[in-house]
Design a protein around this ligand. Structure first.
Ligand code: PLP
Length: 414
């Protein structure tokens, strides 16, 4: 038994203290040049982040939510058309779809990676849609609307299985927008292309969030769209800035969705450290895996799919005794999170979609079992050993004493 420690779920303070002088210099530069919104600092970050993602264009915006919304709109999704995503993601993904004027439909996730199951997407397109006789586009039988786009989410830092998603998108004429808000720097080996590809470079466009807790985080709100499509990039630039390309010449109504220069300067600075921070996260994940060993008692460890380099935004385990384990860990001074406790189709916000219990069995089964353990670049070996010791002590207790969550997550009645 080791002495009691405190292991936070996330440590946002240390990296900023380490970079404090340089971060303050960014702010000072903004004050002295009065460069607050747009300008060369924003251009510089866009250039650097495009390069980091292996894409031609990066457009800085105000948040990840705006990034998903602008990417869908600029890619040509029309109001009233359907955009497909997964029920196990942060609500920002689906808020952005609705804000783009589109309608939301879901397909289930894969039980080992928790990302979109391409087989469920195939099944949806083949068995739950008809093809429009004239255009050949899929029409959802559920809503009678055209299916225009799909948003795979690279959840917890692991790319979704993009080859089959892209193949289906090609066959059904769907736009693909990656939600890469949790996956800055993650990589996917494309069997089709026979090469490694960066998250954010595979779809027609992709969305990133730089919310402070993300792998690359601002000191405030920020996001970006990445794309290789010049026209799409141009449209996002206009959408983020009141529909104007030239001051007071408005091609359309747009939004106030720009990236501010202080955040851009901070992001440029932190981007230099991101490869190293991602490596530390990967090393921490391997160390957790080693410490838990193969087949730990009643605990399912995260699976890095073959051909994926995940950047472990989160390290998510599964147990049928999630609630008790969470309490035991909290008691031991260990912070945890749940990403996410209620699948989106059971949220009150989406009750009008009328998805009943059993609509997405995998998402419903895992939601009451998933638990995110402490994960951040500076997590130390002794801290990880302490976490694993506490989890293992819990797992070794007689199971009969604790309630088993074997029931899938039921419909949430308000
Ligand atoms: C954080 C996040 C977003 C939204 O980003 P914001 O910058 O908070 O608007 C979207 N999708 C996913 C999967 C996220 O984790």
């Amino acid at each position: 038994m080791t002495a009691k420690m405190k292991v936070p779920f996330l440590d946002l303070a240390t990296p900023h203290l380490e970079l404090e002088e340089e971060l303050v210099a960014v702010f000072r530069n903004s004050l002295r040049t009065a460069g607050f919104v747009g300008g060369s600092v924003v251009d510089g970050f866009e250039h650097d982040f495009a390069r980091f993602c292996d894409v031609k264009h990066c457009i800085g915006v105000g948040s990840g939510t705006d990034a998903v919304r602008f990417a869908l709109m600029a890619a040509g999704v029309q109001p009233g058309e359907i955009v497909i995503t997964v029920p196990n993601t942060f609500i920002a993904t689906t808020e952005a779809i609705s804000q783009a004027g589109a309608l939301l439909e879901f397909v289930d996730i894969d039980e080992s990676t928790y990302t979109m199951d391409p087989e469920r997407l195939r099944e949806y397109l083949e068995t739950k849609c008809d093809r429009d006789a004239r255009t050949g586009r899929p029409i959802s039988r559920r809503s009678g609307r055209v299916v225009a786009a799909v948003v795979p989410v690279h959840l917890y830092g692991q790319p979704a299985d993009m080859d089959p998603v892209l193949e289906l998108a090609e066959a059904y004429n769907l736009i693909v927008v990656e939600d890469a808000c949790q996956a800055h720097g993650a990589e996917y080996f494309s069997r089709t292309e026979q090469s490694w590809r960066k998250a954010g470079s595979m779809g027609k466009a992709a969305a990133f969030s730089f919310y402070p807790g993300k792998n690359l985080g601002a000191c405030g709100e920020a996001g970006a769209v990445t794309t290789n499509d010049e026209n799409l990039a141009r449209t996002v630039r206009i959408l983020r800035d009141h529909g104007q390309n030239e001051k007071y010449h408005h091609e359309m109504e747009g939004y106030n969705g720009r990236l501010d220069a202080i955040q851009a300067g901070i992001l440029s600075l932190k981007l230099k450290h991101l490869p190293e921070w991602n490596e530390q996260r990967r090393a921490n994940a391997s160390r957790y895996n080693e410490l838990f060993g193969e087949d730990p008692d009643g605990l399912v460890l995260p699976v890095e799919a073959a051909g994926c380099k995940a950047v472990y935004h989160l390290y998510v385990v599964r147990t049928k005794h999630r609630e008790e384990l969470r309490l035991v860990l909290a008691d031991a001074g260990i912070g945890t999170g749940i990403h996410y406790p209620i699948p989106l189709h059971f949220q009150k916000a989406y009750r009008d979609l009328r998805y009943g219990t059993g609509s997405f069995p995998v998402a419903e089964t895992v939601a009451p079992q998933i638990l995110s353990l402490p994960m951040y670049p500076g997590l130390r070996f002794d801290e990880q050993r302490y976490v694993v010791e506490k989890v293992n002590n819990f797992a070794a207790r007689p199971v009969a004493a604790t309630a088993v969550v074997d029931e899938p997550c039921g419909e949430q009645v308000a």
